[in-house]
Design a protein around this ligand. Structure first.
Ligand code: CFM
Ligand code: HCA
Length: 542
């Protein structure tokens, strides 16, 4: 017998939790929230950046993935050596579709996957000698400016001292910067810890190495842009057209020299806050370079971000040029948006991506008249959901450039969520400075469902209950969702598409989503619940 009900957002939450044992349900309940932010009071808290319950099939990755795969992997002329079993190196090599352009110097190690390929004997007798030999081999073959070494789980377990090996090799070479990252996969609850480790090491060992002054105008660093599907190329095209000098991208298509010169910038523009906010803060604290949040996903957001940069410099010449560029680029974007809109207006989407795209891509969907029903991050922290961050009064020893690792859990004030006005005042009185920026929740409609660390079971259940017109996540989710007859777009690797950033990227995205949500092929499929319905209903907003 069929039960017909009208779903409210709270019903959806209950349905998602219904199958869990009580203890699991209690924990997951804190990670699933119905968005009801009001301006005057603190919205409900979401539990984030906590350990996944064992047994649950999470979408998350590991600390090594966040450090080697995400932050350092996209750099083109540093040799990145994975110290570990071959799978870790292989599966973090180009699966992210991070693109490079070798440029004039021609140095590009992206076509190579470097690994020490640990074997049983290395686990038993230690892998340091093998690592030293691998570093030597890379140096002899390529003579790179930098070699980075990344620890995988077994390295931490057997206790290889990768830092000592790197230090020794660096001293031997004299003309190659060799340093390591203790980013064993198990070190954190997700990729997020790996971002932090990468940020600290790259700042300690690399930023500031090039002391030659830079004389260009309007110098920025673009932090948290990884050139997936060529996004960074499109953003660089726009920045160049505006006359803005991008000194260093962290880290899409970046080079050793870019990182080493980042301290010469006038301003840091932070695209993916989650992965690189630590570098933004350290650049501000040590070199006095302020940072602003930008977003080049979505045409309107791109224009807004360019204007924000223009405003920062406050120079008429730059502001006028930015307006000219926007005026030149927008007509084509608007024409495509107007063409697709009758076919996409009113359609619904779900977005579950790492730590910033679930938010940023909502701009593109709303430009197409599409509503985001439910969204969440794999590993973001509460500030990415709730906005507003407390900036700590970090003290950095400028001479030694020895940045202490910041322990997020030990200093909750550092990554604290939106606070009530009186709490903010008390903290400001105590000397904390606030940076205000929007979190994902601020942008989402009341009654939408926000879920942290969504898992396989909940993803399938959500799709079954809410039947979105498109579901966006990663490769692990792709095929199970498609089998339920719902189009699925990867917002990590972009499947085979992109770029989606900037003006040209917006055009690509509109066309791609139009094709996906209007394709007839999905209607030929029968999802399990269509063949055997237990429950049917319509979703209503409060
Ligand atoms: Fe930042 Fe990223 Fe993301 Fe991220 Fe990632 Fe990525 Fe991502 Mo995959 S740095 S948080 S750790 S925007 S790799 S380019 S797509 S999960 S939303
Ligand atoms: C990672 C990389 C990843 C995985 C994407 C996916 C990426 O987290 O290690 O699950 O499809 O963007 O490539 O996020």
């Amino acid at each position: 017998t069929k039960k017909v009900v009208q779903f409210m957002p709270t019903d959806i939450k209950e349905e998602l939790l219904a199958k869990y044992p009580p203890k699991v349900a209690r924990k997951r309940a804190k990670q699933i929230m119905i968005n009801e932010a009001t301006e005057s009071e603190a919205p409900p808290e979401i539990l984030a950046n906590v350990r996944t319950i064992p047994g649950i099939i999470t979408m998350r990755g590991c600390t090594y993935a966040g450090c080697k795969g995400v932050i350092m992997g996209p750099t083109r002329d540093i040799v990145n050596i994975t110290h570990g079993p071959i799978g870790c190196g292989f599966y973090s090599w180009l699966t992210r579709r991070n693109q490079t352009d070798a440029g004039e110097d021609g140095e590009n190690y992206m076509p190579y996957c470097f690994s020490t390929d640990m074997q049983d004997s290395d686990i038993i007798f230690g892998g340091e000698k093998k690592l030293a030999a691998a570093i030597q081999e890379a140096y002899d073959l390529f003579h790179p400016k930098g070699i980075c070494v990344f620890a995988t789980c077994p390295v931490g377990l057997i206790g290889d001292d990768i830092h000592a090996v790197c230090k020794k090799k660096k001293a031997e070479f004299g003309d190659c910067n060799v340093f390591a990252f203790s980013c064993e996969g198990y070190k954190g609850v997700s990729q997020s810890a790996g971002h932090h480790i990468a940020n600290n090491q790259v700042f300690t060992h690399l930023v500031g190495e090039n002391t030659e002054p830079r004389t260009e105008e309007y110098k920025i660093n673009l932090l948290g842009e990884y050139n997936i599907g060529g996004d960074g190329f499109e953003i660089d095209r726009i920045l160049k057209k505006c006359g803005i000098t991008n000194l260093a991208t962290f880290s899409g298509n970046s080079s050793y020299d870019q990182f080493a010169s980042a301290q010469h910038a006038d301003l840091s523009c932070v695209m993916c806050h989650r992965s690189i906010n630590y570098v933004a803060d350290m650049l501000e604290t040590k070199y006095g370079i302020p940072w602003i949040k930008v977003n080049f996903i979505g045409a309107a957001s791109t224009a807004k971000s360019l204007r924000k940069i223009g405003q920062y410099f406050g120079d008429k010449k730059l502001i006028d040029r930015i307006e000219e560029v926007i005026a030149e680029e927008m007509p084509e974007v608007e024409a495509v948006a107007a063409d697709v809109r009758p076919r996409t207006e009113g359609k619904t989407a779900m977005l579950f991506v790492g730590g910033s795209r679930a938010h940023h891509y909502q701009d593109l969907f709303s430009e197409m008249g599409m509503k985001t029903l439910s969204a969440g991050y794999e590993f973001a922290h509460r500030d990415d959901y709730e906005g507003r961050q407390v900036i700590p009064n970090l003290t950095v020893d400028a001479d030694s450039r020895n940045i202490e690792e910041i322990d997020v859990e030990a200093d909750p004030e550092l990554y604290s969520p939106r606070k009530k006005p009186e709490e903010i005042k008390a903290l400001e009185d105590a000397g904390y400075q606030f940076k205000h920026y929007e979190g994902m929740n601020d942008q989402m409609d009341k009654g939408t469902i926000i879920i942290d660390d969504l898992n396989q079971y909940e993803a399938e259940k959500l799709v079954e209950l809410l039947k979105p017109d498109i579901f966006c996540a990663g490769i692990k989710e792709k095929f199970s969702i498609q089998k339920s007859g719902v189009p699925m777009k990867q917002l990590h690797s972009y499947d085979s598409g992109g770029p989606y950033a900037g003006f040209k990227g917006a055009i690509n995205f509109y066309k791609e989503i139009d094709r996906l949500v209007n394709s007839k092929v999905w209607s030929y499929m029968k999802a399990p619940w269509q063949e055997n319905p237990e429950l049917t209903g319509t979703f209503v907003w409060e």
